[in-house]
Design a protein around this ligand. Sequence first.
Ligand code: NAD
Length: 253
Amino acid sequence: MTGQCQDKIALVTGGASGIGRASAIALANEGARVMVADLALEGCQETVDMITAAGGEAAAQTCDVANESAVEALVAHTVKTYGRVDLAFNNAGVGGTMAKTHEYPSDNWDQVLAINLTGVWYCMKYELRQMLAQGGGAIVNTASVAGLIAMSGAPAYVAAKHGVVGLTKSAALEYAKSNIRVNAVCPGGVLTNMTETADKEMPGFLDKLAKHEPMGRLADPKEIASAVVWLCSEGASFMTGHALAVDGGFVAR
Ligand code: NAD
């Protein structure tokens, strides 16, 4: 049986843990060969080991998505390794400090915007050049429910994720006739290093997040990964410019 992403080449950022790792594994399970990129090379290698242990094919590459030349080199390395980039999951991100707008530290603002928004744009810029040259592709960006609705105390994160949704929509229009689809996935609360770290800094955070979810629980990263695979697949061939909430009903309130 062939998978939904059979023989495709996928590039995943933030692939060392959480949603990125689960998505890299899910894409490989569906037949893609995956370039797993992250700041954390060791975590990338672990993801690659999980993929190869299951009979898939993947490679690890360190990359800071906030560094344009590193992103350019990552896309070039993927093309050198596998020949093309059919599917790109631009997912690397950080949570940033929790503080109200008037108290938000400026250096933190710059960091969150640089990774969560500019980093996604850098990835798209070089992936799109490659996809245009090869005649098509599909991009999925990780936004968040915080890209669809506001959250008090996270102005940089909310602004960056709203920016990712806007960037996704504008690129979808620009490349709709070039056989390139661009969508965003908007997870609700997911149990990952990001939310576990927030819980250490603010005890009770995970419980509060789970209680706010209509389903009363957080998502497993695999539940986001299956939406990412579908957005990448031919099953989503008429989907572009969409910000898909995978949130247990979070934004339905
Ligand atoms: P995570 O911390 O497990 O994964 C994030 C990964 O991004 C890490 O491996 C980290 O090393 C990597 N990363 C951070 N900065 C980077 C950089 N500059 N360059 C390259 N890699 C970098 O957390 P996660 O929850 O899996 O987060 C993945 C994405 O999902 C993020 O964009 C996050 O904003 C988004 N998201 C998470 C949740 C949630 O509840 N966990 C909800 C909505 C959206």
